[in-house]
Ligand binder design. Structure first.
Ligand code: ADP
Ligand code: MG
Length: 761
């Protein structure tokens, strides 16, 4: 049984509608130990025959047998397998990886074959000695002469250790002296392999070949193989080879991951120009994607600011909301500076009151309104009179029959409970009532109760200054998040009735808990242990450690708290006023300034910003609800489109940069590497490049932060990117690198290895 048997094999080329015959009806038997030289004039079909034998080209007619197996039904991947197992190729143009050293080129063949590192070292060194390149083993192939390169190619073929070695014009690019060395090497190899050489210069091989085949017009016209003295030991050595040959049945995935990683890393760095170019492209990608990202965030932020407007119940166009840029509380000096600034009509210190509603209620009556300082009431009440004490209020609302009931005058002088968001329960008296509108409200009392909130003015409650201050604190408290850490477990506390409440019976530094907390402790007593309260407010964080003074139950509640009716206070937790202040009374963080005229708003904004304030001019942010929707709808697709555009630009530039990689991957394929390991090697290379670019990007931002580099764009990055965003960015980049390498590999593997070489030629 021969190694290769061709029976009436024909190969045609179809190009531009013309059919050219490569070889026609070729019959041939080749066996191990033969040194076959195929010769003939140019265009006679030598290369075609060689490519058919080595599975690089398919054939259309006849049958080729490989060790007795038919191949006419083979698919492309069957031929890839066949080539990997049987064929080593040597080309006129060497097809080495010129950025690798001699050693690396040869070792690559064995790495792809999945050999052990120790075996690789041993064998590669042996082979390098054999081809006489030992002193050059660490030199890059690009620095070798043509003859040396062809020796490397032969060494690589030897390292691959296949039964068949094919060489197409191996001496075509060499001077006669180098050619001689190559012929000797091939002759030596042919003792236990099938060596097939195509040449138009058969003189060089005449003395060594065991068989000379002459082609003409796609046909074999002369086969002197039988006539020449065939080596007697051919059959024996063939047997020897078959016995010692490696088992090539385990396939494709046999390159160890470590090797794939090492090759990827090597490829990333061994061409410095390519590395730098890729780095630039990835920097561009990081820059573009992060800039887009920041734009979206910035936009959202602006919208969120505008969104405040939904919470600003008082959107007087003259109103400008002010906080300090360092988010610290306002000081007396701040208040004075703001009050005395030009064009300031008035300063509202407790401006959150403007936007918060408060209930006053008793068993018969309840009233809901926005809170205002009594100083803002510019007319005498319609019923009753102006307040005479801090705990007296004036209500203002429509006299429509149900807001104040049928007999509003009966409300005057009575006591009510104020329920503000902070959970403060204070008693107030109603001193007077102001009616809104022209008094025609009464006629609309059959309408839905919602009509009242839909239009015109809101109901108001006018309080005294000290009382407002109390409510403001309550609002700040209720807008912060408080957690209690008790014996290792954490829970969120609600501030106000039913939650965390001030109680004067509790001394400073202590906390009073319901009995249910006793269960948290092993001994069944909470008293004497510590708890940690932690408040995270909009403007600050505060921690406080308190000692548990004890717990209260049904029987002890009144004695311990001085309060009545446990049912109304179920689950409450009590602390001292001083401790409460430590947690919540950090001062006032937001005020409102009213300009004398809206045309001064812009100037005021500039002045305040220069003075260290963060400013929101309300009149610029009215009706922004729609904007928010629109921005949300438009912004995302734009971001996606920009990212896609960046992706494609990057892809095409990277493709250009990696053009040389085409030859690299054609070569590793020829050496038998499968698509998956190739893809992973490529991925390592790109991911590495892109992560280095990312690291540089982060470094730039850091340099900007410590003010070595100054860039407005990077400042935005600093302001808007959080840790989470950096991670998301890194992931986007990684995904991009992986997708690009995947696409690149697919395009490389679409054409055959031979096709890639032809394109490059
Ligand atoms: P040789 O190697 O002996 O010079 P080839 O095997 O390259 O000859 O070519 C044999 C015939 O096939 C020639 O007529 C050539 O024009 C044709 N041929 C070879 N390769 C192609 C191809 N890729 N497309 C079309 N025709 C081809
Ligand atoms: Mg040729």
């Amino acid at each position: 049984m021969g190694m290769i048997k061709l029976r009436n094999v024909s190969k045609y080329y179809y190009s531009k509608g013309i059919i050219a015959s490569g070889i026609s009806r070729v019959n041939l038997d080749l066996d191990s130990g033969e040194f076959v030289v195929i010769t003939g004039e140019s265009g006679s079909g030598k290369s075609t025959l060689l490519n058919v034998i080595s599975g690089l080209d398919t054939y259309e007619e006849g049958e080729m047998y490989i060790e007795g197996k038919e191949t006419s039904h083979y698919t492309a991947s069957d031929f890839e397998d066949y080539r990997q197992q049987y064929i080593s190729c040597i080309f006129q143009s060497f097809n080495l990886i010129s950025s690798y050293t001699v050693y690396q080129n040869i070792a690559l063949a064995m790495q792809i074959d999945g050999r052990e590192p120790a075996e690789i070292r041993q064998k590669v060194n042996d082979i390098i000695k054999k081809v006489g390149l030992f002193e050059f083993r660490n030199r890059k192939v690009s620095k070798l002469s043509g003859g040396q390169k062809q020796r490397v190619a032969i060494a690589r073929a030897l390292a691959k250790d296949t039964k068949i070695l094919v060489a197409d014009e191996p001496t075509g690019n060499l001077d006669s002296e180098s050619a001689e060395g190559i012929v000797d090497l091939l002759t030596d190899i042919a003792s236990d392999k099938l060596v097939i050489v195509v040449t138009h210069n058969y003189e060089q091989f005449r003395d060594h070949a065991t068989r000379i085949i002459k082609m003409h017009d796609g046909k074999i016209v002369e086969d002197t193989g039988a006539a020449l003295a065939r080596r007697e030991d051919a059959a024996a050595s063939a047997y020897r080879h078959r016995r010692s040959g490696t088992d090539h049945s385990a396939k494709k995935e046999k390159i160890p991951y470590g090797t794939q990683l090492r090759l990827g890393v090597r490829n990333a760095f061994n061409l410095p120009a390519k590395f730098l170019l890729l780095l630039l492209v990835f920097l561009f990608v990081v820059g573009a994607v992060s800039a887009q990202y920041v734009t979206v965030k910035k936009q959202k932020d602006t919208v969120a600011e505008e969104g405040w407007n939904n919470f600003f119940a008082n959107y007087d166009p003259k109103r400008i909301v002010v906080e300090k840029q360092d988010r610290s509380p306002f000081t007396k000096a701040d208040y004075e500076a703001l009050e005395n600034a030009p064009h300031v009509e008035k300063l509202i210190r407790e401006d959150v009151m403007y936007d918060s509603s408060v209930y006053i209620e008793n068993d018969e009556f309840s009233f809901y309104g926005f809170v205002l300082d009594i100083g803002n009431l510019d007319k005498e009440p319609d019923l009753g009179g102006m307040p005479k004490a801090d705990d007296e209020v004036v209500l203002s609302g429509y006299d429509d029959g149900w807001t104040f009931g049928e007999n509003p005058e009966e409300l005057i002088g009575k006591t009510y409970t104020v329920a503000a968001d902070g959970g403060y329960e204070q008693k107030v008296k109603v001193a007077g009532i102001v009616f809104l509108g022209d008094g025609e409200g009464r006629e609309s009392d059959t309408e839905s109760e919602y009509s009242e909130t839909d239009d015109t003015e809101n109901s108001m409650i006018y309080f005294s200054k000290p009382f407002i201050e109390e409510v403001r604190k309550g609002l700040y408290a209720s807008n912060s998040k408080t957690t209690m850490l008790i014996n290792g477990s954490e829970e969120t506390l609600f501030v106000g009735t039913g939650g965390l409440v001030v109680n004067e019976n509790v001394p400073e530094g202590y906390i009073l808990l319901p009995t249910s907390y006793d269960g948290l402790f092993k001994k069944g007593y909470a008293a004497g242990n510590e708890v940690k309260l932690h408040t995270k407010a909009l403007y600050y964080d505060q921690e406080l450690t308190l000692m548990i003074m004890g717990t209260y139950g049904e029987k002890t509640f009144e004695k311990k708290t001085g309060l009545k009716n446990l049912a109304d206070h179920d689950g409450e937790i009590y602390i001292n006023t001083m401790d409460f202040r430590r947690l919540y009374e950090k001062g006032n963080f937001q005020v409102s300034v009213f300009v004398d005229d809206t045309k001064n708003s812009v100037g005021m904004k500039d002045m305040l910003e220069r003075g260290g304030y963060h400013v929101l001019v309300l009149k610029d942010h009215i009706n922004s609800f729609m904007d928010e929707e629109i921005v949300g709808i438009i912004q995302l697709p734009i971001a996606v489109i920009v990212c896609l555009a960046v992706f494609f630009i990057a892809y095409f530039v990277i493709r250009l940069i990696l053009k040389s990689r085409g030859v690299y991957f054609a070569t590793v394929r020829m050496l038998g590497m499968g698509k998956e390991p190739a893809r992973r090697i490529m991925r390592v290379e790109l991911v590495l490049d892109c992560m280095i670019a990312y690291a540089l990007f982060v470094l730039f931002i850091y340099l900007n932060r410590i003010e070595i580099v100054k860039s407005a764009i990077l400042m935005d990055h600093l302001a808007y990117l959080t840790m989470r965003d950096y991670i998301i960015l890194a992931i986007i980049l990684l995904v991009m690198a992986v997708l690009i390498s995947g696409r690149f590999m697919r395009s490389i593997f679409k054409s055959s290895a031979m096709g890639t070489y032809r394109e490059e030629a």
